[in-house]
Every structure is written in C-alpha cells, then in structure tokens.
Ligand binder design. Structure first.
Ligand code: FES
Ligand code: FE2
Length: 446
C-alpha cells in the first residue's frame, strides 16, 4: 500500500518503465486515468485479476444434459464449459493443443467430441486428446496425454452457479464471497432456490469503454437522478409518483451501499421498498398479466410470485465480473479490450411458475436494459471520450463518504455508507490494487 502523501503527482505524470500498480490507486482514493485507458494495464488485469481470483462462468441449468457445453471467456481466455457423461463440469481452454486454433467456434451445443477445423485433432468433452490425424507421422515417444486440452485448475459450483479460477491456490468460493454470501443466498432463495432456476440469456450490450466502468456503476446510486433523469421523469409523468426509482430519495434515503470485502459491493434498496411489484416500472402488459394470474391462481399466490418478477431489492456485485439482482437476474461483464466491453444479461426463469410470471420476468429484464442501461452506456462512452485524452489531468476521485460519519462497520464486518457514497467503488479499487500488486499464481491444469 502506498502512502498518498509521498506519491508525486506532477501535472503530466505518465507511466514509464515497470508499472507501479500500488501507486495508481492512492490511499486517499484517487485512481489514475491509465487504469481505464492503458492497454498494458488491461493485459495485466487479464492475468492478475481474471487469472488471480474466481470468475463467474454460467449457471448449471445452461448445461443440464451430459455432453452439453457453452463457450465463455475468462478475462480474454476462451473456454468451453462442458458437462461430461458422469455429470462433472469441466472448464477447458478452447485452444487446440496442436497449433493453437480456436477449437469450438459455437456458443452452445451438445457434442461428445470436439474436432479441430485445421488438421482434425479430436478431443473428448472432458478434454482428452482422443485422435491425432495420421498418427504414424509422430515419433515413437510422442506423449499424446501431454496434448490434452488445458483446463482451469479450480472449478466450483455454488448453488448451481459455476465459477472457475486459474489460481490453484485460490480460497473456496464461500470464503471468497464472505459476507456477500448471505446476500447472494437471499436472491437465489427468492427465486425459489437453485433447483428451481433456469437461467436464460436475455441480451448482450456493448459499449466503448473499460469493463470497470460497468462494475463501478452497478454499485453507484450517486448518478441515478442525473444520468437517468429522463427515465425517472417519463415514468413519473406517465404513471404517477411512487413507481420505479422514485424510492431513491437522494442522500437522505434509508438505502445503503456496502463494501462486502474482496472487492464485492452492494446497493441495498430493501429499506426503501415495501413492495417490489408496486415499485417496479410499469411495462407493457403488466396489469393484464397480473389480473389473469390472480383470476387463475388466487390473489395470495399471485402476489407472492409478482413480488419477485423485477430486479429491485439489491444490486450485488461479486468482483470482478458478476452482478446479481434481487430476482437472481444477472449481468456478466466481459472485458474485450481496454476500451471495449460486453455486458451479458441473463434472467432466472422459474420452470415451475405460471407462464405469466416467466413472461413478466423477461419483460422486466428487458425494461431496464432497454431504457436505463442506454443512459449508463452513454456516460461510459463520454468518460472514455475525455479521461484518456488529457494527460495534464491524470486522476479521478472516488473518495465520497470516506472518513465521514456516514460510513459504519456492520456486525458482519462489512462497511456500509449512505447510498450516494462511493464506498462500494472504493472496495473494488482496494481489491484491484491488492490483486494487481501480487505476482500471478496462475496455472493451467492438464
Ligand atoms: S491446429 Fe488443431 S489440429 Fe492442427
Ligand atoms: Fe445507471
């Protein structure tokens, strides 16, 4: 950790020689612009952050059957997540061990084997090299086993949510989650529990900016009345007060932001929400679907389901790449380049629920993606348009709330602050500094 008072910050300060990552996030919570704009730093993040801790991949319901697979990225590493015949989940590097071709170009499917399109080497769905084309051409002691697909050395499924790590020494997912685990469990329980969730992809958004902007923003309520002003005004004018984000009442709101350790953070909207259904933004078909449901299954059961259709309640962000909403819907951040990011949105459908409920869950997910995230993406691109181009102004500030009476330590040792504080964002940059200043402990299993 660097003492900010001793860090020289002359105008025009720029990076030369080996990067001192400890100096790029100061103890008084300024962050250097290069953290968002420097391609070299981005490359190191892919190694030290996306290779150094747990990264979320998928929900088990996305590969329910033997030989099902999905392709994903762990940072930039392409991987194939497979379910083998015995049910075990494997996270295989999607790279032929002959000359390095992307082995599987598909997003998803069901295959017992993966054959490379270049020279036909063939691998089993658990990663073993099963066939080499014209094997006679290889020397006698050529060890085929040494050419199995690479794999993530650590894979763990927690309540159906699958994480992997390239750091063989990483702690368990439970320990990594820490106090965030209780919040995560709350969201999954509300969705009826792990066995009741069917995770489906709703959309992919792309913006021209750094991946950390979306991660920060999901733990930021400071921006809501400004960035989303038109959304709030439109909702209020069309549907009256008391709907949507009206429960956000600025700095005096009873909602909180929390630093949950290990870079995890959350916005806790629950103190301001009596009924998620009443607070949720009106969407097309909402009242009709609800009326049909009440008529068919009765008011009480219908109300129980309706309370959980929308995201509201919590924003939980597990560092580095997963957002979990109050209805167990997800955003997954995929870094593409230092100035380019994909955000994948998933909705937790409930196979046992009435069809109206799953339709509403999907409509609610589309709603904020189509309206709110547009506002956010515009700001991310404005950030990218200014932050990188003024070397005379190298620092941004994330100190709001730090060393004020509004930040308090909770019983679970998390730190909570007023909802407009940058408490959660600081949590992520403390973790960023911790991971980036460590030698990488990555390994590829075989
Ligand atoms: S690169 Fe895959 S078989 Fe040659
Ligand atoms: Fe926003």
């Amino acid at each position: 950790m660097t003492d900010s008072t001793t860090v020289e910050r002359p105008l025009g300060w720029h990076l030369e020689g080996p990067l001192d990552y400890g100096a790029l996030v100061t103890d008084d919570f300024r962050v250097h612009r290069s953290v968002f704009t420097d391609p070299k730093i981005f490359e190191d993040e892919m190694v030290r952050i996306f290779g150094g801790t747990w990264v979320y991949l998928l929900h088990e319901s996305e590969i329910p059957e033997p030989f099902d697979f999905q392709t994903r990225r762990v940072g930039r590493r392409p991987v194939i997540v497979t379910r083998a015949e015995d049910g075990e989940i494997h996270v295989l590097l999607n790279r032929c061990t002959h000359r390095g071709t992307l082995l599987c170009p598909l997003e998803t499917g069901n295959q017992k084997r993966f054959q490379c399109a270049y020279h036909g080497w063939t691998f089993s769905n658990s990663g073993d090299l099963t066939a080499i084309t014209y094997p006679d051409g290889y020397r006698e002691d050529f060890a085929k086993e040494a050419y199995n697909l690479g794999r993530a050395p650590r894979v763990q499924s927690y309540r159906g949510f699958v994480f992997c790590s390239f750091n063989p020494d990483v702690e368990s997912v439970e320990a990594w989650m820490g106090p965030a685990r209780t919040i995560f469990d709350w969201a999954v329980d509300r969705a009826g529990g792990d066995d009741h969730v069917k995770m489906v992809k709703a959309s992919t958004m792309e913006y021209r900016g750094n991946w950390k902007l979306q991660n920060d923003n999901n733990g930021d309520m400071y921006h809501v009345p400004f960035t989303h002003r038109s959304t709030l005004t439109m909702t209020r004018q069309r549907h009256g007060a008391g709907k949507s984000l009206d429960h956000f009442k600025g700095d005096s709101s009873p909602m909180t932001v929390r630093d949950l350790g290990n870079g995890h953070k959350m916005i806790d909207q629950r103190p301001s929400i009596d009924s998620v259904w009443e607070r949720a933004r009106p969407i097309p078909g909402r009242e009709t679907q609800a009326e049909q449901l009440i008529a068919r299954i009765g008011e009480q059961r219908a109300r129980q389901y309706l309370e959980y259709v929308g995201r509201a309640g919590i924003n939980l962000i597990l560092y580095p790449n997963l957002y979990v909403g109050g209805n167990a819907s997800l955003l997954v951040y995929e870094p593409v380049a230092v100035n380019r990011t994909f955000v994948h949105s998933y909705i937790a459908l409930l196979p046992g629920a009435p069809p109206e409920i799953n339709a509403l869950r999907m409509r609610f997910e589309e709603d904020f993606i189509n309206i709110g995230n547009r506002d956010d993406n515009e700001v991310f691109e404005r950030l990218a348009a200014a932050l990188g181009d003024i070397p005379e102004m190298p620092w941004i500030d994330v100190s709001r709330g730090w060393r004020t009476a509004g930040e308090t330590v909770e019983a679970d040792e998390s730190l909570s602050g007023r909802v407009t504080y940058e408490t959660g964002i600081r949590a992520s940059y403390v973790r960023w500094r911790e991971l980036m200043t460590k030698a990488p402990a990555m390994a590829v299993g075989v």
